[in-house]
Design a protein around this ligand. Structure first.
Ligand SMILES: Nc1ncnc2c1ncn2[C@@H]1O[C@H](COP(=O)(O)OP(=O)(O)OP(=O)(O)O)[C@@H](O)[C@H]1O
Ligand SMILES: [Mg+2]
Length: 228
């Protein structure tokens, strides 16, 4: 049985429809990449499944339950942990406060997050707003892990980060995968995400147009759906 299943999801912003029937499933322990060019509906799909916006049609199931009508805090409590686009740490709070404010009981605790991202331990007392982009992403991931999610959703895992920092983030994601965590990851760099994702779904104007193992995406398809 799938951990997460979207079935013909439609959603939009007021009169502007953004999703036109998005369906895909994510299995327990699977790493799924959600890809597509700018404005194709990746973040909207994530907002819909994290219950941050209403569905206008279709449904979302998570862990055997229909969550289509739930509020975002209820979806979070069921075990969907989100690292949103733009990272959105609580800027005035310290790194430590950011991590502990949303903590819920489970295998992920401060010691484990610090082991994954030693930098966050060193920066504990610093306000989040003083962190570099890469450190903010580490903090956003750490904060989501502290909620002990069953599914970790990352919208733009490495956007805007320098290559060496991106590698650090991918290494951490690989460790989470090895640990058995289920992951849904948005990222634009096919080459990098291919090394961690088991499967990819590509969106084009709010519709899935391709699904498969990233390595099986032909160059002309990558160009058509992911090219600039
Ligand atoms: N808050 C909003 N209000 C109105 N329209 C929006 C809003 N957010 C997104 N849209 C529109 O919905 C469509 C899908 O946007 P979405 O943010 O989901 O794309 P995306 O694939 O995440 O793009 P990006 O790669 O740039 O993050 C786009 O046409 C976009 O202009
Ligand atoms: Mg987006």
């Amino acid at each position: 049985m799938s951990l997460l299943q979207l079935d013909q999801v439609t959603a939009g912003y007021g009169p502007v429809q953004a999703l036109f029937g998005v369906s895909f499933a994510l299995g327990e322990g699977e790493v799924l990449a959600l890809m597509g060019r700018n404005g194709m509906g990746k973040s909207t799909t994530i907002r819909a499944l994290c219950r941050m916006m209403p569905l206008t049609g279709g449904g979302v199931r998570f862990a055997g339950q229909d969550i289509s009508g739930l509020a975002s805090h209820q979806a979070a409590r069921l075990g969907i942990g989100l690292v949103p686009e733009g990272r959105r740490c609580f800027a005035p709070l310290s790194v430590l406060e950011n991590l502990t404010v949303a903590a819920r009981r489970g295998p992920w605790d401060l010691a484990r997050v610090h082991a994954l991202f030693p930098r966050l331990k060193e920066r504990s007392a610093q306000p989040a707003r003083t962190l570099s982009g890469g450190e903010q992403q580490m903090l956003a991931i750490g904060r989501a892990l502290m909620t002990n999610p069953q599914l970790l959703v990352l919208d733009e895992a490495t956007e805007g980060l320098a290559p060496v920092v991106r590698q650090e983030i991918w290494q951490a994601i690989n460790r989470l995968k090895a640990d058995g965590l289920s992951l849904l990851i948005v990222d634009k760099l096919l080459k990098e995400i291919s090394q961690v994702a088991d499967r990819a779904v590509i969106l084009e104007r709010g519709r899935p147009v391709w699904e498969g193992a990233p390595a099986s995406l032909a160059p002309d398809q990558a160009d058509r759906w992911l090219g600039l």
